[in-house]
Design a binder for this molecule. Structure first.
Ligand code: GLN
Length: 318
């Protein structure tokens, strides 16, 4: 069969099964089966497909038609231009979250520029301190996409990351190796990871729980679970049946994890340290109020994502 016809047949099967981007997914799966890129697929679309590639492709289509996420089938997802391994143990990195990473990176760059300005007249020692050792914590890091991207984008920044899930942390540590960055991963329930966390590497957890090396950070970033419990049954099958519930469910009003973060983050931030969190599109006002009522932070700014929806809140510890 010709490539073009086979891919079309695959796309048809996916569309019939209710898959949203059927054509794109069929093309991706063909490239995965044939171990080629999209350009190759386009150039060879009138050519006959080898029997083994055809069989493999149809098998993959069968799995995708069962609404298994594309990323679980091909085993990876791109985020901020970097590649991340994904498994059912972690939330698949979303484009929405690139807003958080972009904003965090911009904020850090501005901090650096400001300290450079201040240090122009200062001694060499202070100059050194100003640029090195900017400490970031990614709370609820999942696949490590946020922490690793920040580390790739800003080489002088030290990044620690934590999660409650050991399998997630193992994968995150593998992703750090894959992307050649030195992020440190700690297992623990929210802020307990700072004081009592066990360090986890790609080989597994280290013996003793000692907490992170750093006890106060210049910035804490987080994409915690924030979906309302009663909305979960309405999510796409790919999400509700295949992604980890503990990475999605934010409790009755979706705000459970923010309550913990807002209540505690300032204690783990240096004065003036930044707190940036991803939020659901309708949670901006709730978060602004929660942050104001806590009296431990500057007024929050709400930042929009590319489609123009509220996506990130940002404030500083007082
Ligand atoms: N944005 C994700 C979704 O809609 C949710 C991510 C989260 O809960 N942190 O599936």
């Amino acid at each position: 069969m010709k490539t073009r016809i086979l891919v079309k047949e695959g796309a048809y099967k996916l569309a019939k099964a209710g898959v949203m981007d059927a054509k794109i997914d069929a093309e991706e799966l063909f490239c995965f089966a044939a171990d080629c890129d999209k350009v190759f697929l386009f150039l060879r679309k009138e050519e006959e497909v080898a029997k083994d590639v055809e069989e493999k492709f149809l098998e993959l289509i069968e799995r995708r038609a069962q609404r298994i996420p594309l990323q679980h089938i091909i085993g990876e997802q791109e985020f901020m231009g970097f590649k991340f391994k994904v498994t059912p143990d972690v939330l698949i990195p979303r484009q929405d979250t690139e807003t958080l990473v972009t904003e965090a990176a911009q904020t850090i760059r501005q901090e650096f520029e400001k300290s450079m300005e201040q240090l122009k007249k200062a001694s060499l020692f202070r100059k050194f301190k100003g640029l090195d050792g900017y400490e970031v914590l990614d709370l609820c890091c999942g696949s490590g996409a946020i922490a690793i991207s920040l580390s790739k984008m800003l080489e002088t920044v030290s990044v620690s990351a934590s999660d409650i899930s050991l399998p997630a942390l193992k994968l995150a540590a593998e992703n750090a190796v894959l992307n050649r960055v030195g992020v440190e991963f700690y297992q623990g329930d929210m802020f307990k990871a700072i004081t009592e966390g066990r360090q986890v590497t790609a080989e597994g957890p280290r013996a003793k729980a000692k907490g992170t090396k750093v006890k106060q950070f210049d910035m804490i970033v987080s994409n915690p679970p924030y979906i309302k419990s009663n909305v979960i049954p309405m999510l796409q099958e790919e999400v509700k049946d295949h992604e980890p519930m503990e990475a999605l469910d934010g409790g009755l009003d979706g705000l459970d994890y923010y309550r913990t973060i807002v209540k505690e983050a300032y204690q783990w931030l240096k004065p003036g340290g930044w707190l940036l969190m991803e939020i659901g599109h309708d949670q901006g006002e709730d978060l602004r109020k929660m942050i104001k009522d806590s009296c431990h932070y500057t007024p929050a700014t709400v930042i929009k994502d590319l489609p123009g929806k509220d996506r990130v809140v940002k404030c500083r510890a007082l």
